[in-house]
Design a protein around this ligand. Structure first.
Ligand code: THU
Length: 131
């Protein structure tokens, strides 16, 4: 699927964000290794810490449906370019394919593409435990 369409899906998911506290809406779309697509939004909580980011909502939806790897994740936030938080970068690490790309978009035309190594250098992942 083309990047523009994925950005549109992330924007649609963003509209469903539950953000009464931050008012900062984020949407995400992930493409799995099997080319299935899952979307997610951020969902906040009155107790704050149970809140979850859009990226993790989308990834956990995919994993809980039986997917095992993600090859692309698109993030659309409320600031100019909204980057995944540190926790989400670590969760992406857990399920990313080697070729995984992270796309940060502020609209359908303007977006930036990153590798996970660029966003999370010197990382620790599942393969480190198997050594
Ligand atoms: N947030 C995301 O959902 N993804 C990001 O990439 C950055 C931050 C959420 C968490 C919280 O609900 C709100 O944005 C403000 O931090």
């Amino acid at each position: 699927m083309e990047i523009k369409k994925l950005i549109q899906l992330a924007c649609q998911a963003r509209q469903l964000a539950y953000v009464p506290y931050s008012k900062f809406k984020v949407g995400a779309a992930v493409v799995t290794e099997d080319n299935n697509i899952y979307t997610g939004c951020n969902i906040e909580n009155a107790a704050y810490s149970p809140s979850i980011c859009a990226e993790r909502t989308a990834i956990f939806k995919a994993i809980s449906e039986g997917e095992s790897k993600i090859k692309l994740i698109v993030v659309v936030g409320s600031s100019d370019f909204t980057f995944p938080c540190g926790v989400c970068r670590q969760v992406i690490k857990e399920f990313a394919t080697k070729e995984c790309r992270i796309i940060v978009a502020n609209n359908e035309i303007e977006y930036k593409i990153f590798t996970l190594d660029e966003l999370l250098p010197y990382s620790f992942g599942p393969e480190d435990l198997r050594r």
